[in-house]
Design a protein around this ligand. Structure first.
Ligand code: CDP
Ligand code: CDP
Length: 203
């Protein structure tokens, strides 16, 4: 049996946190699709050509340890506007989504482009200020020196680029369930997601 949960939303909305918890709850596999674009972005920062880097992407590239920096995030959102880069990453994501036993994918275009037939679609969001503060605290805890202002600027610049691009822009699928986490604890956001997915599981 396959069962796909698509979780989309802007930067630092809580997609990854909810995805991991939901995957653990239901025993589904989880793919953070942002890592694919971050891995391509990281290669471009070292001089690679974006389309060739996307076509040659390998599983171990997703484990590089610099992928969570704001610099790589920016590079990711720049390569993510290129149609051929996105096209090179589609098959891997769709195969993952339909693996036996269930899958959760989080990103920007999962419910709209990658898995329009997903059984459950969530659009997770929060205000830019709340998202930037969360990402700032997360980076600071890992020893990064980025200031609050820099993190907010990164989040806003990516939101803008991701929302306004021609190819697979960030937007909620028509049938997505909206979860605004601005005033939700992680526990409450996860509980909400679990309940929505449970209601869509086959009997
Ligand atoms: O995957 P995405 O970039 O959407 O966000 P994330 O990495 O899951 O969450 C960003 C940060 O916000 C993490 O440090 C989470 O612990 C935190 N968070 C939160 O404080 N409250 C929530 N309801 C969800 C996430
Ligand atoms: O964790 P956060 O939400 O900050 O970013 P991410 O999910 O790792 O995504 C990094 C960048 O990759 C985004 O700003 C998008 O430009 C791009 N991306 C995309 O275009 N499509 C996806 N399905 C996932 C990420």
């Amino acid at each position: 049996m396959s069962f796909t949960v698509a979780i989309d939303g802007p930067a630092a909305a809580g997609k990854g946190t909810i995805s991991k918890a939901v995957a653990a709850h239901f025993g589904f596999a989880h793919l953070d699709t942002g890592l694919l674009y971050r891995a391509v972005g990281a290669k471009v920062l070292t001089g690679a050509e974006p389309i060739a880097a996307a076509e040659a992407l390998m599983a171990e590239d997703l484990e590089a340890d610099n992928l969570r920096t704001p610099e790589v995030a920016q590079a990711a959102s720049k390569v993510a506007v290129i149609a051929e880069v996105r096209a090179a990453l589609v098959a891997f994501q769709q195969t993952f989504a339909r693996r036996a036993g269930g899958a959760v994918l989080d990103g920007r275009d999962i419910g709209t482009v990658i898995c329009p037939d997903a059984e459950a679609k969530l659009f997770v969001t929060a205000s830019a200020e709340v998202r930037a503060e969360r990402r700032y605290l997360e980076l600071a805890a890992k020893g990064h020196k980025d200031t609050r202002e820099e993190v907010l600027a990164d989040v806003k610049a990516r939101d803008e680029r991701d929302t306004n691009r021609a190819e697979a822009p960030l937007k909620a699928a028509d049938n997505a369930i909206l979860i605004d986490t601005s005033d939700l604890s992680i526990e409450d956001a996860v509980a909400r997601a679990v309940a929505e997915i449970e209601a869509r599981l086959p009997a």
